[in-house]
Design a protein around this ligand. Structure first.
Ligand code: S3P
Length: 177
């Protein structure tokens, strides 16, 4: 791991709290917060929804992979990634080798509660978003687990409690490396 002691990367499904927790963690650790979806929108000048409409999921994944390859070269950052960032092997490698990767694990029912009013996530705009979240978790959980150095169950914990749980895990992880 090159910049591992200085970078933290958050992975997990849509609605896991990567952006909210990432922002709070960055503030607490005095690191810079970045969000890969936001960065892709800045770079292209259009929304994620529009990228999916124009280029489909493969086009979006290519942009996501290039953006994450670039952002993970920095140091001193907390990066919240999009839920599907772990789908491509090269992206998993960038994340795992260039920082400490934290998987924010949550149950599909909780993810559904947090995303049900959202209209900006193309993969959830269908008749049964809860089933979609279940099948995404089924398809992705092994990628999340193999990419992560630390797995945190978000369950019903509030943000302050999650931040202190994450800090404890980071300390334990760093004392082993
Ligand atoms: C996606 C998750 C989204 C965004 C895009 C695709 C996914 O990010 O990258 O809509 O494939 O799970 P969030 O996890 O931040 O919602």
């Amino acid at each position: 791991m090159e910049n591992a002691s200085k970078n933290i990367f958050l992975i997990g499904l849509m609605g896991a709290g990567k952006t909210t927790i990432g922002r709070a963690l960055a503030r607490r650790m005095r690191l810079q917060f970045l969000d890969s979806d936001h960065e892709i929108e800045e770079r292209t000048g259009v929304s994620i929804r529009t990228i999916f409409e124009l280029e489909g999921e493969p086009g979006f994944r290519a942009r996501e992979s290039a953006t994450i390859a670039d952002l993970t070269l920095r140091s001193g950052i907390v990066l919240a990634t999009g839920g599907g960032a772990i789908l491509l092997e090269e992206t998993r490698k960038c994340l795992h080798e260039r920082g400490i990767v934290i998987y924010l694990r949550a149950r599909p029912e909780d993810l559904y509660k947090r995303t049900k009013h959202d209209r900006d996530r193309p993969l959830l705009q269908n008749d049964d978003p809860l089933s979609k979240l279940r099948s995404l978790l089924e398809a992705r959980h092994s990628f999340y687990e193999q990419t992560a150095h630390i797995v945190i169950d978000t369950a019903e914990q509030g943000v302050p409690r999650l931040i202190s749980t994450i800090e404890q895990h980071l300390l334990a992880f760093q004392s082993h490396t």
